[in-house]
Design a protein. Structure first.
Length: 417
């Protein structure tokens, strides 16, 4: 939406407007000439206009036109400066104020954009494009209620246009009004079936409603219509992973990764998905690709590598991965417990206890650490110590399963000589 507004700005150089400042004949001729040059060469048009803007006597219209051109070139800071120059010369210049707000929004200066656009958007003659822009800014500031009111005005101004309804649906989604959001999106995908963003929001609202099958249907429809983006293919692959359809998921991951080959994080995401579903075979190739391409390997990578090695029964590789994971994230309870579990499986109870105790110190409310310490104590026959650990775990969680284990340990203590 913002891109279309941006590109349409400089094409209005020759158009008249009621609230525009006056221009001289020479400036009018210059603007006509610049508009013609801009149709084929924006940079040359900017250079030509800047030559005339150099003297202090240049009108606000020239500054405004320079702002439009720079907006089209995505030079947002320069566009902002040009619009501000226009407004300093002609404070009532409505189009320049809107242009300034647009440039600030594109530069993600949300607070400044809201302040700039507020007055123009409150006017009775505010256009649909302006209302859509202001609604987008309000949503970016998480002012959802205000955004909804603006989008409702845009719906009226645009005759229930698709863009306005989409903005309204996003407001419904943010407020967890899933039924209204879903109903709006069902209408929009029927109206504009080749718009991927509509299918994506429909899939997201279906997931929010815990309707994963309906989300798959939405994403598959987009895919078969050629409207699915690579990100949507990743979403669909994730859903197939959890439906225990790894072959379909792998094909979708491959399709997405081929469409966007320069996204190493996607390789890691694909590997994590298959590991989560218990299918480590393909995950190794993606982890290897990620390791070769990533400038730095984060804790997330080593977590996936540790999980893969454990699933493939490669304890040495798992231990190496856990060490690297802990180096990156030394207070991660799962990493500490995982290292302890490896040592416990090797029969190194003392080493396992060290890691379990470290995990317990990191998170005093972790029942997992207390339960593992109790397991080691039971293996050693230290029932009193096991009872103490389990009692602490039960106090923290109140878990009935821990209570039952605690009762069993107490019975065992009663059988001791």
């Amino acid at each position: 939406m913002l891109g279309l507004v941006t590109l349409s700005g400089w094409s209005q150089i020759r158009a008249g407007a009621a609230e525009r400042p006056p221009v001289t004949r020479q400036e009018a001729a210059l603007l006509t000439d610049v508009a013609e040059v801009a149709e084929t060469n924006l940079v040359a048009a900017v250079e030509r206009l800047d030559e005339a803007r150099a003297p202090d006597r240049a009108s606000a219209a020239l500054d405004y036109s320079a702002g439009n051109l720079r907006l089209a070139l995505e030079a947002y800071s320069l566009a902002i400066a040009a619009y501000e120059a226009a407004l300093s010369k002609w404070p009532a210049f409505h189009e320049a104020r809107v242009g300034l707000g647009r440039a600030q929004a594109l530069a993600e200066q949300w607070t400044e954009a809201e302040r700039t656009l507020r007055a123009p958007a409150m006017r009775a003659d505010a256009t649909e494009d302006l209302l859509l822009l202001y609604g987008y800014v309000l949503l970016s500031l998480n002012r959802v209620i205000s955004a909804e009111s603006i989008y409702r005005r845009a719906v009226l101004a645009g005759g229930e246009s698709s863009d306005a309804l989409f903005g309204l649906a996003r407001c419904f989604m943010e407020q967890q009004r899933y039924r209204e959001c879903a109903a709006t999106m069902e209408e929009l995908v029927q109206r504009v079936p080749d718009e991927g963003a509509y299918w994506r929001l429909l899939a997201e609202v279906r997931l929010a409603e815990a309707q994963s099958d309906a989300a798959i249907v939405a994403l598959e429809a987009a895919r078969r219509l050629g409207a699915a983006t690579p990100e949507m293919l990743l979403m669909l692959a994730d859903l197939y992973v959890y439906r225990d359809a790894p072959a379909v998921a792998v094909a979708l991951f491959d399709e997405a990764l081929q469409a966007e080959p320069d996204q190493p994080d996607w390789w890691l995401r694909a590997a994590e998905g298959l590991l989560q579903a218990g299918h480590p075979e393909k995950a190794d190739a993606w982890l290897t690709q990620y390791a070769a391409a990533a400038e730095e390997r984060p804790a997330r990578y080593f977590r996936a590598r540790a999980r893969w090695a454990a699933m493939m029964d490669l304890p040495e590789e798992a231990r190496t991965a856990y060490r690297s994971w802990i180096e990156q994230d030394p207070v991660n309870v799962h990493a500490l417990l995982g290292m302890g579990d490896l040592l416990y499986a090797d029969g190194d109870w003392t080493g396992a206890e060290i890691w379990y105790e470290r995990a317990q110190r990191v998170d005093e409310g972790s029942t997992m650490a207390w339960q593992r310490l109790a397991r080691v104590a039971l293996d050693r026959g230290a029932y009193d110590q096991a009872e103490d650990y389990l009692q602490r775990a039960h106090v923290v969680s109140g878990d009935p399963a821990i209570a039952r284990t605690l009762q069993q340990v107490r019975r065992l203590r009663g059988l001791e000589p």
